[in-house]
Design a protein around this ligand. Structure first.
Ligand SMILES: NC(=O)c1ccc[n+]([C@@H]2O[C@H](COP(=O)([O-])OP(=O)(O)OC[C@H]3O[C@@H](n4cnc5c(N)ncnc54)[C@H](O)[C@@H]3O)[C@@H](O)[C@H]2O)c1
Length: 436
């Protein structure tokens, strides 16, 4: 009896442990699945849960890869979030626009968003706050935007579910597309970031815009870098753009071709703006005028490049306020898209404009101006222009933008740098804070 009881006990114990083991294995497996497939946004609202559980309609493996990537970077959804989105996008003036600004926490995006908001347009920002340069500067710009009444949604332009949701909540009349991986040299370190933001991201945005009803008009940032190795100056929109000197330039050129396609097939109104070396307060720390200022103040040597046979390296430096006026001019003259819900109904506007200053300045002169403004002598290191993306010379012909929307830059380099230096010193102090 004892023996029998013992056997039964062992039999029972054996099967109950097996059941427990199976049960806990299932729990463990379920936890792993939840961990891998749960989007941050899916937990924040029931509506976003619906959006993220159904896969976006793009079918290629590239699209699904991007979609997965976007799930990791985005955090959005919920009634409070939706209220903020709608309130920021609300038009506050008669005949005002409702504009989605991508890259809103970037240098140009911040200035353009503030200007639009100030004149009564509804503005919603979108930015993924990537760490290409100090994210704290992007957060400070975001705080500035917040004070101006512009809400910046944190998310990636590749996040199809997020874009769909934004277009569901708001009927955008315009998209000011400034989000991009900028910088020519960084492309040698991280080429895929240029494909992700400047090509895949642009296509994902255009896909949403083409399906929207009504379709918005789109103004977007191309770049003077599309002129690449051209030697004929000043650069005109009619010139060739088929010899880029960097992957960055190649992705901007690709963007112009992609814009043509979406205009041709879907009737999207598209305007590309080729910016020429934009500078000013709240600027980009990866640009020469910015890190020269930092290094001069620290007493560090700065590299000054020269072309073949000691040729001058010069840039058509354009002050941010002039660029903002150009962006607003392009938005104001953009015609409506002609399609709706993915179908073209007639020919639509397709434009490209140079936005420059029309007076190239040698980089060594830029340094002299900074020396005077900072009252510190720079330690100049003259060296040969490396072949890593930079071109020797840029110079814009701006007659087309002048004709179409009265674009006329008014700030010279001396005046603009004075404003930049004043901002720099007030933001960082006169020494080392920018070293984060
Ligand atoms: N500043 C210039 O001199 C200059 C010259 C020519 C062209 N451009 C173009 O103008 C635009 C604005 O430039 P900027 O100087 O303000 O650069 P920026 O880097 O300061 O701004 C771009 C913003 O886009 C965001 N972003 C990047 N990839 C994104 C993504 N996948 N999803 C969401 N947000 C993303 C970044 O976080 C950043 O805040 C860019 O398209 C740039 O290529 C700038």
């Amino acid at each position: 009896m004892v023996h029998n009881n013992n056997n039964r006990f062992r039999f029972f114990f054996h099967y109950s442990s097996l059941a427990k083991l199976t049960f806990w294995s299932f729990v463990f497996l379920a936890l792993i699945l939840v961990f891998f497939f749960k989007s941050p946004s899916s937990s924040s609202s029931s509506s976003s849960r619906v959006m993220t559980s159904s896969r976006p309609s793009m079918t290629s493996s590239l699209a699904s890869d991007l979609y997965r990537r976007s799930l990791k970077t985005s955090s959005w959804g919920g009634p409070t979030w939706e209220k903020r989105v709608k309130s920021s996008a609300r038009i506050r003036t008669r005949n005002g626009f409702c504009v989605l600004v991508t890259g809103a926490s970037g240098f140009v995006g911040t200035h353009v968003s503030v200007a639009l908001k100030r004149r009564g347009d509804g503005v919603l920002g979108l930015d993924n706050f990537n760490d290409y340069y100090e994210p704290s500067l992007k957060r400070a710009r975001q705080a500035l935007l917040e004070r101006s009444g512009v809400y910046v949604v944190e998310g990636d332009i590749n996040d199809v579910a997020l874009l769909k949701k934004l277009f569901e909540l708001v009927s955008f009349s315009h998209v000011m597309h400034l989000a991009a991986q900028a910088g020519v040299r960084y492309a040698m370190q991280n080429p895929s970031s240029y494909i992700h933001s400047n090509i895949a991201g642009f296509v994902s945005l255009l896909e949403i815009c083409k399906n929207a009803n009504p379709q918005p008009a789109i103004v977007w940032a191309s770049s003077s870098s599309v002129y690449g190795l051209n030697t004929k100056v000043p650069f005109s929109e009619k010139d060739r753009t088929d010899q880029p000197a960097s992957l960055y330039a190649a992705t901007k050129k690709a963007g112009e071709e992609i814009a043509h396609t979406y205009n041709h097939i879907y009737g999207l109104s598209l305007t590309g703006l080729r910016f020429f070396t934009v500078y000013g307060p709240w600027g980009r720390p990866d640009m020469a005028y910015f890190f020269f200022t930092k290094d001069i103040l620290k007493g560090k040597p700065i590299p000054i490049f020269e072309g073949a046979n000691h040729g001058t390296v010069a840039r058509d430096f354009t002050y941010i306020d002039d660029i903002v006026k150009g962006c607003l001019g392009a938005l104001d003259t953009a015609e409506k898209s002609t399609g709706s819900g993915g179908k073209k109904r007639g020919p639509a506007q397709l434009r490209v404009f140079n936005l420059g200053n029309t007076s190239p300045v040698p980089v060594s002169d830029l340094v002299s101006i900074l020396e005077r403004l900072l009252k510190v002598k720079a330690k100049r290191m003259v060296m040969k222009l490396p072949r890593n993306g930079d071109v020797q010379f840029t110079h814009a012909n701006i007659s087309l933008a002048k004709r179409e929307f009265g674009y006329k830059p008014t700030t010279d380099l001396q005046t603009g740098l004075k404003k930049f230096v004043r901002w720099y010193v007030s933001y960082y102090g006169s020494s080392k804070k920018s070293d984060q």
